[in-house]
Ligand binder design. Structure first.
Ligand code: ADP
Ligand code: ZN
Length: 663
């Protein structure tokens, strides 16, 4: 495109330059007939001539005034008195037109007749006129060609370019309505239930869909109504897309996939026509699966998006989906699978019988599920004999299929970087550490900062070790990683689904341990406890307002609703002024009590804190067993022997999980 700008600029400059040149010349060259030239010669008024081929230009002794329209001399300069000479009195030229027509100059040009004028040269010689003969400028044919062709070439080029663009734009407009569905057909790698692990219930739920797609006649014969729409619900990365593809693979039918946000595009009405097109194509195919990812993007409760603009478009798209699904005849063997991570925000119209009336939920995998998923992903990865997948599964609570796939990949990359022939267990632990805690940061801390971090982490570790309810301590490090300067890791014995009050109180104490240790040892405090305090606030607030764990506030839920229906950011206050105060006091009370408890615990065990801190300053990264040995504590019988972790104090998995993970 830049080139075209340059060309345009050049043309512009050229125009300006020629405009300037075209300014009326004060001493123009007058084109005169040959006869006039001979006449001037007779009057001995010619001073100089130059020939260039047949063209003659020359200089007169005295200026003449010539009317170019009538080809006549206005005043023969030879006979004119100086005062009447038009050259001296330009006022003689009355108007603009006149000025163009009547020119006064002592320069002229004319043409010799082609047959020549044998008398001319002798006469010129006689009058002693200066004669110049210029070689005829041989314009190379190439230049001529260029001069004639180039402007056209540029013009045509520009035209082609523009029309092509216009064409493309037009095409774009007309293909907008075509669905962008990706088709994975049988030619592509077929995915089956073998490739999806840890979601056995979901697989069982989808089994009769597969049977139906395989043998539709069997079902049609008996007139049974097979669900056409299945909603697959689960958190991101749990394998919803994978499961849908595997369903298509098992049934051996084509699989069309499109994602909700893709429906809603710039032009209104396009979403609906895409839907129509997609369903048309699928119906023509015979048995097939349509997969709509992120259906909540279009299928949200209607009339809810007061704050969102493209409501109209979404509604149309959604309506079209409903229309298409209602229009399924019994001979249409198309099953629509739609994925979402929140079924609760969906428009109830979507969930009515005949539409997405069946739900399959895909949850975060449990320990055995994670092991099974790992087994799927290590196919093709050469493993060393020390790799223990069940230990990895135990160390990764909360991780979903996509995370585990990523873990295997990271481990394989690490193995490659270390030039190993097979990926060993250490690669897995290091990869896990990197994923969960962030990459190590080459940050050089001052000796003072290192001491503070060591005592802070030591404080967390000490409280965790001394509290029977705490998640077993796993490892403490003061190597900066991600955003944290140091990390204290605790590893739950198993996935937790339910949290007792005493467990939560212990958790708060462990979190406060860092701040309290700084306070006790340095007599000053730092900003390093920010994350800890955030987590404490969050847990304490939920204990008080949601879980009925404060006698002052009681059992009623006192949460302000963050209302999805109102665009997500409007909050509906459900708490009275009086209650708000009570909540604040109750939260304060729990926190104060925990702070006193933690202070006492650390003050009573200050010697142990010093030992942990110096161990950390020396080794930077220390596992729980080493700390226990140093402190002379009995080795924990239940501590998993794996050096990995999850519930780190610094990197708390979003504490909302406390409620969401309840069975
Ligand atoms: P979702 O659609 O739920 O967001 P995906 O199906 O896109 O998740 O999963 C992303 C990737 O994670 C998959 O391609 C697969 O490699 C891996 N994965 C997720 N869940 C599983 C599972 N249950 N079994 C095996 N691999 C899984
Ligand atoms: Zn901390």
């Amino acid at each position: 495109m830049n080139l075209w700008w340059l060309v345009a600029l050049a043309i512009l400059i050229w125009n300006v330059v020629s405009l300037i040149n075209a300014r009326p010349n004060t001493n123009p060259v007058i084109g005169i007939p040959y006869s006039t030239f001979l006449q001037q010669l007779d009057q001995q008024n010619v001073e100089k001539v130059s020939f260039e081929g047949n063209a003659v230009t020359g200089q007169l002794k005295q200026a003449i005034t010539f009317d170019t329209s009538s080809n006549e001399l206005v005043t023969p300069s030879s006979s004119a008195s100086p005062s009447a000479s038009p050259s001296a009195s330009p006022t003689l030229l009355p108007g603009q037109n006149e000025a163009n027509r009547i020119q006064t100059s002592d320069r002229f040009s004319t043409r010799l007749p082609d047959f020549g004028d044998p008398a001319l040269l002798p006469e010129l010689k006689r009058q002693n006129v200066q004669i110049v003969v210029n070689a005829q400028q041989a314009t190379s044919p190439f230049i001529v060609l260029l001069e004639n062709i180039l402007p056209w070439a540029l013009f045509i080029g520009l035209f082609i370019l523009l029309s092509r663009r216009a064409g493309a734009a037009q095409q774009g407009i007309f293909s907008f309505g075509k669905s962008r569905a990706k088709l994975y057909d049988a030619a592509q790698k077929r995915i089956t239930f073998e490739d999806v692990a840890g979601v056995d219930e979901a697989k069982a739920d989808l089994q009769d869909i597969i049977d139906y797609l395989r043998e539709p006649q069997r079902y049609q014969k008996l007139g049974g109504r097979v669900p056409h729409g299945v909603l697959v619900v689960g958190p991101p990365g749990t394998g919803k897309t994978l499961l849908a593809r595997a369903t298509a693979g098992e049934a051996n039918v084509p699989f069309y996939s499109i994602s909700g946000p893709e429906f809603v595009e710039v032009l209104v009405g396009i979403g609906a026509s895409r839907v129509r097109d997609l369903f048309e194509t699928a119906k023509k195919q015979g048995p097939s699966i349509i997969f709509i990812d992120e259906i909540d993007a279009i299928g949200r409760r209607r009339n809810a998006g007061i704050m969102t603009g493209s409501n109209e478009e979404r509604e149309q798209t959604l309506n079209q989906i409903l229309v298409e699904m209602d229009g399924f005849q019994s001979e249409h063997t198309v099953v629509v699978l739609a994925a979402t991570n929140r079924a609760d925000v969906l428009d109830p119209a979507l969930l009515r019988p005949g539409r997405f009336d069946r739900q399959v939920s895909v949850d975060r995998p449990d320990r055995s599920g994670r092991e099974a998923i790992l087994k799927v992903h290590i196919k093709g990865v050469p493993l060393a004999s020390d790799v223990d997948l069940s230990a990895i599964a135990r160390a990764t609570p909360g991780m979903v299929g996509a995370d585990l796939a990523n873990l295997v990949n990271e481990a394989a990359l690490l193995g490659a970087r270390r030039s190993l022939n097979a990926v060993n267990q250490e690669c897995f632990w290091d990869a896990l550490e990197k994923i969960q805690l962030g990459a190590e940061r080459p940050l050089v801390l001052s000796e003072e900062d290192r001491r503070i971090v060591a005592y802070h982490e030591g404080g967390h570790a000490l409280v965790a070790l001394l509290s029977p309810d705490a998640d077993p301590l796993n490892r403490v490090t003061i190597v900066p990683r991600g955003h944290a300067l140091g990390v204290t890791l605790q590893l739950p014995i198993d996935d937790r689904y339910n949290y007792s009050k005493s467990y939560l109180l212990t958790r708060i104490a462990v979190a406060l341990g860092g701040r309290v240790a700084e306070e006790e040892v340095f007599g000053d405090i730092t900003t390093g406890a920010e994350n800890d305090l955030e987590m404490v606030t969050h847990v304490v607030r939920q204990m008080v307002t949601r879980w009925g764990m404060s006698p002052e506030v009681g059992l009623l839920v006192q949460e302000d609703r963050h209302d999805e229906d109102l665009g997500g950011f409007l909050t509906r206050r459900e708490t009275s002024e009086y209650m708000a105060k009570t909540i604040d006091e109750a939260m304060q009370k729990i926190t104060d009590e925990r702070l006193r408890h933690t202070r006492k615990l650390i003050a009573d065990n200050l010697d142990k804190l010093h030992r942990i801190a110096s161990l950390l300053l020396e080794h930077e990264s220390v596992d729980a067993d080493a700390i226990r040995r140093e402190l002379g504590l009995a080795p924990a019988d239940q501590t998993p022997e794996v050096p990995a972790r999850v519930a780190s104090v610094e990197h708390e998995p979003a504490p909302v999980a406390f409620s969401r993970q309840e069975p």
